[in-house]
Design a protein around this ligand. Structure first.
Ligand code: PGA
Ligand code: ZN
Length: 411
């Protein structure tokens, strides 16, 4: 179905960290309209496509995005792919970043879905040629790393990984354990705060202790509930190529040994960004060592780029639309990753808005996981609630972990 653009608006709005970000609104000729906004990282990965600083745009909200708006207005595109290709071309020519292209791509996807009278996840699934399914939430319980302040402290996230037969069951167990952890901290009068992605930041606690604490609480749930970590190792790296873990500085080999030890002691099922992207050998070794037991997940490693996917390095990919810059590119990365046998996880950023697009996207491509933070704060709760809404659709079966790859071999 062709898309004829009748109007385009670009405006500065606020994200959950109180920073400006870009919202776009696209209206098509028949009146179908859509809206979307860009999330933002605290510190983008080194391999990410650039974003445009918003100083002038936030003050006046006009001229900065004009090259994109003026090109799109009145044009007819064969479909979202043509629309997105134009975004990428004009952004390259005018030096605009993914924080301008992504909101337009999200808005156009929603407008196109409305024009086709399809729910967003249905429209995206048709576009991608995929079978929709309900993903499982990756639940941020403890935070650390650069999410804890200027000096990175430990792993960025320690998560619950529920894989029940329904999203309702996943949410119920997530709430039960998150609330129990918070109660324990209060009872012990431990000092903690809530991170940007709604994880608990516990003063002075080591990542090892927090992993053990969470593993202890999940032990009764058998294989329907596991523990995962996002090491976000790129941000822990020192100038000399070593890794800062709390007060300690480790070599890559030592960090690998530490992660393997944690995975054995606490049955980790998910390990994201265990090393910086340059440490390719360590990635490959850990992926092989944990195969069949835990997913090794590339976030800053693949940067949601279909060209970077290498199945020897990891067993899953984190898909962040803001890294790709458009939905077309995000779907291309998802397709390439699936083709390579990788499990799919769709992800938020640390700075979010009320936009829930990633939930529909995760459903559309039948991703195994969707990472939406902890069950606190409006920006994250909006996504939890959208998952609950999508879960009402009885034709959407929850992704069955035993039917798909845990490592590449059994896929
Ligand atoms: P970000 O990462 O801080 O780069 O947005 C969030 C995540 O990986 O969960
Ligand atoms: Zn990450």
């Amino acid at each position: 179905v062709s898309l004829t653009v009748a109007s385009v608006a670009l405006r500065p709005i606020l994200d959950s960290r109180g920073q400006h970000t870009v919202e776009a609104e696209v209206t098509l000729e028949d009146g179908a309209a859509g809206r979307g906004s860009a999330p933002a990282a605290i510190r983008p990965g080194r391999r990410e496509r650039p974003v445009t600083p918003l100083g002038k745009f936030a003050l006046r909200g006009d001229a900065v995005g004009a090259p994109l708006r003026d090109t799109l207005l009145g044009r007819t595109f064969a479909g979202l792919e043509g629309f997105d290709a134009t975004l990428v071309r004009v952004a390259e020519e005018s030096g605009l970043g993914t924080n301008f292209t992504l909101p337009l791509s999200l808005a156009a996807s929603r407008a196109a879905a409305a024009q086709a009278r399809r729910p967003l996840h249905g429209y995206l699934a048709e576009l991608a040629g995929t079978d929709p399914a309900m993903p499982h939430p990756l639940v941020n319980v403890f935070s650390g790393g650069i999410h804890s302040g200027l000096v990175p402290n430990g792993f960025q996230q320690i998560m619950l990984v529920p894989e029940n037969a329904s999203i309702g069951d996943d949410v119920a167990v997530a709430l039960k354990i998150f609330n129990a952890v918070q109660r324990r901290l209060r009872t012990r009068a431990e000092r903690y705060s809530l991170s940007d992605s709604s994880g608990l930041l516990v003063d002075g606690a080591s990542s090892g202790r927090l992993v053990a604490e969470l593993a202890d609480l999940t032990a009764y749930h058998g294989n329907t509930l596991g523990v995962g970590v996002d090491v976000a190792a790129e941000h822990l790296q020192t100038a000399g190529g070593r890794y800062r873990l709390g007060p300690r500085e480790l070599s890559g080999d030592d960090l690998a040994a530490e992660i393997e030890r944690l995975s054995v002691d606490h049955d980790l099922v998910y390990v994201e960004d265990p090393f910086s992207p340059e440490d390719a050998e360590l990635w490959a070794e850990l992926t092989a060592a944990l195969s069949g037991r835990a997913l090794v997940v590339g976030d800053d490693l693949f940067a949601t780029d279909s060209e970077r996917i290498e199945p020897a390095l990891a067993s899953a990919i984190l898909l962040k639309p803001s890294q790709a810059g458009t939905i077309t590119r995000t779907l291309a990365a998802a397709a390439a990753a699936r083709e390579a046998g990788l499990a799919l996880c769709v992800s938020h950023r640390s700075g979010e808005t009320e936009d829930t697009f990633i939930c529909d996207l995760a459903v559309a491509i039948g991703a195994r996981f969707v990472k939406i933070g902890g069950p606190r704060r409006g920006d994250r709760i909006a996504k939890w609630n959208q998952l609950l809404r999508l879960g009402e659709n009885e034709s959407l079966i929850a992704v069955d972990p035993f039917e798909i790859t845990a490592g590449k071999e059994d896929g």
